[in-house]
Design a protein around this ligand. Structure first.
Ligand code: COA
Length: 196
């Protein structure tokens, strides 16, 4: 597996892959000054390299890199990384390019999109739908049947009560409690969460 993004987030993904018995061949990064990451070589060309995981935490940046890599190499395959301590229901679906970190829980019939991050200790309960390029940050909790549109960031320690919908590219602040639907393209913080 190759990791695009020689970052702190990338180091964590490398360790998840290693813990799952998957070797990381190299990191790739646009920054020519970065030559080593977590004991791996950092390359600066991605042409022909597959399978790949984009190890960039910012949702919009991750989306742009995925599009770029697809344009460069239409045959590219994207991997999945799931930490051995994560609990993933056999009925859950996880899209390509997605990372599930240590201690995360994904319950029955949840559908996680492509290139998502389900971060350390996060929980995604039954029948949730998590759109492509979302990030459920450390210890955030989605109750059952929550629907996140594309690119949502659920900040660290935030939660959403059952059956709510959060619109695309919205940011939910750290520690927020979402108790009503939230529209797309906003930042919402607090308890209860309100748009800033
Ligand atoms: C919500 C958030 C995106 C706002 O960032 P920002 O636009 O740069 O906002 P600022 O830091 O300038 O703060 C603006 C105001 O919002 C308040 N605020 C910021 N984050 C808040 C939060 N999570 N909850 C409540 N209030 C918050 C600030 O106190 C400040 O209030 P003031 O105007 O009364 O002083 C950010 O603080 C946040 O919570 N991000 C989540 C990060 C995260 O969990 N990432 C996961 C990494 S693994």
């Amino acid at each position: 597996m190759y990791l695009f993004g020689a970052s702190g987030h990338g180091k964590v993904i490398k360790e998840i892959l290693n813990a799952s018995g998957i070797e990381v061949q190299a990191f790739i990064d646009d920054d020519l000054n970065v030559t080593e990451c977590a004991g791996c070589t950092v390359m600066h060309e991605s042409a022909g390299l597959t399978p790949m995981l984009v190890s960039v935490g910012a949702n919009k940046t991750r989306q742009k890199i995925v599009e770029r890599l697809r344009n460069e190499n239409p045959g590219i395959r994207f991997g999945i990384a799931v930490h051995p301590s994560a609990v993933v229901s056999p009925s859950a679906v996880i899209g390509e390019g997605t990372v599930v970190m240590a201690g995360a829980v994904i319950n029955a019939d949840a559908v996680i999109g492509k290139h998502c991050i389900i971060n350390t200790g996060a929980s995604v309960d039954h029948d949730c739908v998590v759109g492509d390029f979302c990030h459920v940050a450390p210890h955030a909790a989605l109750c059952g049947q929550v629907h996140l549109d594309e690119g949502v960031l659920m900040g660290a320690g935030s939660c959403a009560i059952p059956c709510l919908k959060i619109g695309s590219w919205t940011v939910i602040g750290a520690g927020a409690a979402v108790v009503n639907d939230i529209e797309g393209g906003v930042t919402a913080v607090g308890v209860p969460a309100r748009s800033k």
